[in-house]
Design a protein around this ligand. Structure first.
Ligand code: ADP
Length: 474
C-alpha cells in the first residue's frame, strides 16, 4: 500500500475515533442533563401533588377521624383531572401498599413501592409501550393515614432527541470524514512529494543516469534527506568517474604497453631469424647482434622502469629531513661527465622532508629529458637567445615549501601535449624518443614519486623556446 494512502487511512481512523467518542460524549451529556431536569421536574410535581392531596384531605368532614378510601379515590381522581391535556398518570396505595386508585394508562409495575417509606422518595426511568416515563413514588400524610402516591411523567421526547442527536452526529461525522479524506489526500500527496522525487532519482541513477539529482522542495527532515542523498550521489558520481577514468587509463596503459613491447620484440625476432636462417657476413652478423642487444636493453630498461612505477604506486615513501645540498652534490657529480649540455646548478640551502633516492630519480629523469630536448638535432630557437644547450637546475625556498625546477631551452612541448606526457608510454615524437632510448615512462614514474610526496609536476613550455619542469616539496 502506498505511504500516502497509509497516512490518509491512519489519519482518518484517528479522526473517526475522535469524532465518534466526542459525538457520543456530547450527545449523551445533553441527554443526561435533559433527563436529570425531567426527573427533577417529575419529583417536584409529585411533591406538589402530595401537598395538594394533603390540603384536600383537610377539607374532609369532621365526622371522619381517618381518611376513608372513598375520599382517597375522589381526591385522586380530582388531582388526575388537574393535569395537562391527557390528565395526570397517578396511582395511590395505602399503608399496606395495596393499590387504592390507578389512573387509566398507568402501566408501571409496583416495583418502586417497596423502596419508598414515609421519609424517602423513590424514582426510576421505565419504558412502557415504546414510551419512556419517569416513575416516582412519594408518601402522603393525610388525616391519620400514610398513603403512597406514584406518578408517571412521559419523557419519551428526551430519548427521541438523543436518538436524533446520534443520527445527526453520524451524518455530520460521515460528511466530515469524506471531506477530511479529500483534504488529507491532497496534504499527503504534498507531504510525500519529496519521497516520490527521491524514488525517481534513485531509479534514474540505478538505470545509469548518475548525473540525475532529486529536486529539494522542502527544508524539513525530508528536505535534509534529499540534500544528503544528493551529496551522496555527488560523491558516488565522483568515485564512478574516477573509476571509469582509472579503467580507461589502465586500458590505455595496456594498449601502449603491448605496443611498446611489440616494437623491440619484432626487431629482436626479425634479426634473430635473419641470423639463424641466413649465412651473413661478419659485418651484418655484428650489426644484427647489435640490434638484438640494443633492443633487448631497451626492453630491460622498460621493464625496470615499469617495476619502479609499480613499486612507487604501491609504496608509502619514508620521508626524512634531507639537506638539499646533498641532492645537488649528487646531481652535479652525476652529470659532470655530460659535456654536450651546459648544466647549471643553483640552490638555496634548506632541509626538506623527502625520500632522497626517489627525488634523485625524479631530478635525473627531468635533467635527462632536458638534455634530450636540448640536443643540437632538436632544432631549437633557444640558440637565438644565447641559451641553447643550457639547462638550469634550481632549488629555492618559496611560500609553502621548497621548489625544485629543471629549465631547458630546447624544443619545447606543444600545449595540447603537455597534459598527456605524464601518462605512461606517452611520447610527443615517438621515433625521436625511441631513437634516444625513451619509452615514455620517465615522467609517469616522476608523477608517481611526487604523488607519494604529496606534490605534483608543473609543466611550463613553449614550442621552440624550451620547457620548465618544477615541483614543490611541502
Ligand atoms: P621518455 O622515456 O620518452 O623520455 P618521459 O615520460 O620522460 O619518457 O617523457 C615523455 C615525453 O615527453 C618524451 O618522449 C618527450 O616527447 C616529452 N618531453 C619530456 N621532457 C621534455 C622536455 N624537457 N622538452 C621537450 N619534450 C619533453
Amino acid at each position: 500500500m502506498k505511504f500516502s494512502i497509509k497516512l490518509v487511512l491512519s489519519t482518518m481512523i484517528v479522526l473517526a475515533l475522535a469524532l465518534g467518542f466526542s459525538g457520543f460524549y456530547f450527545v449523551n451529556n445533553v441527554f443526561e442533563t435533559s433527563l436529570d431536569r425531567e426527573v427533577g421536574q417529575a419529583l417536584d410535581e409529585s411533591s406538589i401533588l402530595s401537598f395538594a392531596f394533603e390540603t384536600a384531605a383537610l377539607n374532609v368532614p369532621l365526622k371522619y377521624s381517618v381518611l376513608p378510601d372513598s375520599v382517597v379515590e375522589e381526591i385522586a381522581s380530582r388531582l388526575e383531572m388537574g393535569g395537562r391535556s391527557g390528565g395526570r398518570l397517578l396511582r395511590i396505595a395505602d399503608e399496606e401498599k395495596n393499590v387504592l386508585y390507578t389512573s387509566s394508562g398507568f402501566t408501571a409495575d409496583e416495583g418502586l413501592l417497596p423502596q419508598t417509606d414515609q421519609h424517602n422518595k423513590a424514582y426510576r426511568v421505565i419504558r412502557a409501550q415504546d414510551n419512556y416515563y419517569v416513575h416516582t413514588c412519594v408518601s402522603i400524610n393525610a388525616l391519620n393515614r400514610i398513603l403512597y402516591l406514584e406518578t408517571m411523567k412521559d419523557v419519551t421526547e428526551v430519548f427521541t432527541e438523543r436518538a436524533l442527536g446520534f443520527s445527526l452526529y453520524r451524518k455530520v461525522t460521515v460528511v466530515i470524514l469524506l471531506i477530511g479524506t479529500v483534504i488529507m489526500l491532497v496534504i499527503a500527496s504534498l507531504l510525500t512529494k519529496p519521497i516520490r522525487l527521491l524514488t525517481k532519482a534513485t531509479r534514474q541513477m540505478a538505470a545509469g543516469d548518475y548525473a540525475y539529482r532529486a529536486k529539494q522542495i522542502s527544508r524539513d527532515e525530508l528536505g535534509q534527506l534529499t540534500g544528503d542523498f544528493n551529496r551522496m550521489a555527488n560523491a558516488l558520481e565522483e568515485n564512478i568517474c574516477k573509476l571509469e577514468e582509472e579503467i580507461e587509463a589502465r586500458e590505455e596503459f595496456m594498449g601502449a604497453f603491448a605496443h611498446e613491447l611489440k616494437t623491440p620484440l619484432t626487431a629482436i625476432i626479425g634479426y634473430a631469424d635473419m641470423l639463424r636462417s641466413h649465412k651473413l657476413d661478419e659485418e651484418k652478423s655484428i650489426l644484427s647482434a647489435n640490434y638484438i642487444y640494443t633492443e633487448g636493453k631497451r626492453l630491460e630498461a622498460m621493464s625496470f622502469r615499469l617495476l619502479d612505477i609499480i613499486v612507487a604506486k604501491q609504496g608509502e615513501a619514508k620521508l626524512r629531513e634531507t639537506p638539499v645540498g646533498e641532492l645537488f652534490s649528487y646531481l652535479q657529480e652525476m652529470f659532470a661527465e655530460k659535456k654536450e649540455a651546459d648544466i647549471r646548478f643553483a640552490h638555496e640551502e634548506a632541509v626538506v622532508r623527502m625520500e632522497a633516492n626517489l627525488i634523485k630519480t625524479v631530478m635525473v629523469n627531468l635533467i635527462d629529458n632536458a638534455c634530450k630536448a636540448s640536443e643540437t638535432d632538436a632544432g631549437t630557437d633557444g640558440a637565438g637567445s644565447g641559451m641553447a644547450g643550457v639547462i638550469e637546475v634550481t632549488g629555492q625556498r618559496v611560500d609553502g615549501g621548497y621548489l625544485l625546477a629543471v629549465r631547458d631551452y630546447g624544443i619545447g612541448i606543444p600545449e595540447a601535449e603537455q597534459s598527456k606526457i605524464v601518462k605512461a608510454f606517452y611520447m610527443v615524437d615517438k621515433s625521436r624518443a625511441r631513437s634516444k632510448n625513451g619509452a615514455g615512462l620517465g615522467l609517469a614514474l616522476c608523477a608517481e614519486i611526487l604523488r607519494i610526496h604529496h606534490s605534483e609536476l608543473r609543466i611550463e613550455s613553449k614550442v621552440g623556446e624550451g620547457s620548465c619542469f618544477s615541483f614543490l616539496l611541502p
